[in-house]
Design a protein around this ligand. Structure first.
Ligand code: EPU
Length: 307
């Protein structure tokens, strides 16, 4: 079959994730336009495979055996990579889903637009960040999103607005759709140097509290209501626990770091032990924040309730 230039076969996914784990995608598409997104969906349907949307690969654990699917990652530099400031007051922004979150954080801060400086240091792209309402423990990026342009898996495009976007802690209804772009509205502008200074402070605070220099998928578990998963895992003695090359970070116990050639099974087995340790110590069953793709025997127990 003749494939368009933006679609390839058997593409290694590990380098496209922050964990550095995962086998190949049977099919891989990097569309630059809305038309190429539609054509990718049509081809996947013809091939009889489902479509998985990859963003910055920062909250994802992919099986070493890879995925028999069409993995779609919006191309850099195409229709989904622009940042435009719309209104006269400079507070209304249109942002493509493929823009890196840190590029947006830096761009808003340089214009003195307040709000996203708290997201300094969070990896990934804007599409993934909005889909899972990334942010701190209390507030996420969803609070600034006033509209999302999405496409469903049949290729139908439309706009979604709150309350349909249904933002809550690490959740939104953008998940399950293909996000193409967003409109964001901010409340305040200040002296740019002050906003940039705060952005740097947040980034430093994050660097001190989290192992950002070693491959990981960020926090592995969601915070239970009113509590910190990191603190609970720490109290349960998880820091330094290992399975193969997967290790519970000694800096922050909710991070599993890939210290070498870690397998997907290593991470899943370690995550299960971490959950059990917290359950035994505090009676709380932690819920994974990280998404899993593909089949690894060790994934099954990861999402099963312990009770
Ligand atoms: N703590 C420990 N030991 C640890 C880790 C944390 O005692 O190993 C304590 C800290 O000392 C602090 C409390 O737990 O008193 C909370 O820790 P932290 O400020 O690091 O925040 P968190 O609740 O662990 C959340 C988000 C992070 C986000 C930070 C900062 C979740 C699961 N985690 O972490 O998000 O970066 O707040 O805003 O919501 C992510 O989602 O991937 C992520 C890293």
């Amino acid at each position: 079959m003749d494939l368009p230039p933006y679609i390839s076969e058997n593409v290694q996914l590990a380098p496209l994730t922050t964990f550095g784990i995962g086998g190949p995608a049977r099919w891989f598409s990097a569309p630059s336009t809305r038309e190429e997104v539609e054509d990718t969906l049509a081809l996947a349907s013809l091939l009889g495979v489902h479509v998985l949307v990859l963003g910055g690969g920062s909250n994802l654990l992919i099986a070493d055996t890879g995925v028999e699917a069409m993995v779609m990652k919006l191309a850099d530099g195409g229709e989904f990579s622009s940042i435009d400031v719309d209104a006269d007051d400079g507070l209304f922004w249109r942002v493509g889903a493929a823009v890196s979150l840190q590029a947006l954080v830096g761009a808003t801060a340089r214009k003195g637009v307040e709000g996203l400086e708290r997201m300094a240091g969070i990896p990934g792209r804007v599409g993934g960040a909005v889909a899972m309402n990334a942010g701190g423990a209390k507030e996420g990026i969803g609070g600034f999103v006033v509209a999302a342009e999405v496409c469903d898996f049949q290729g139908v495009r439309r706009n979604m607005e709150p309350p349909e976007l249904a933002f809550s802690y690490r959740r939104s209804s953008v998940r399950g759709m293909i996000a193409l772009g967003f409109s964001l509205r901010f409340a305040e502008k200040r002296e740019p140097s002050r906003v940039m200074e705060r952005m740097r402070e947040y980034r430093e605070r994050k660097r001190a509290a989290q192992p950002l220099a070693i491959p990981s998928a960020g926090c592995l578990f969601k915070n239970p209501m009113g509590d910190s998963a990191g603190a609970l895992l720490d109290q349960a003695g998880c820091k330094g626990m290992r399975e193969g090359d997967a290790e519970v970070s000694r800096v922050h116990a909710n991070f599993v770091v890939n210290t070498g050639r870690c397998s997907s099974g290593d991470v899943a087995r370690l995550a299960f032990r971490m959950r059990r340790a917290v359950w035994e110590k505090s009676g709380i069953d932690l819920e994974p924040e990280v998404a899993t793709w593909g089949k690894d025997g060790a994934f099954d127990r990861l999402f099963e309730p312990l009770v």
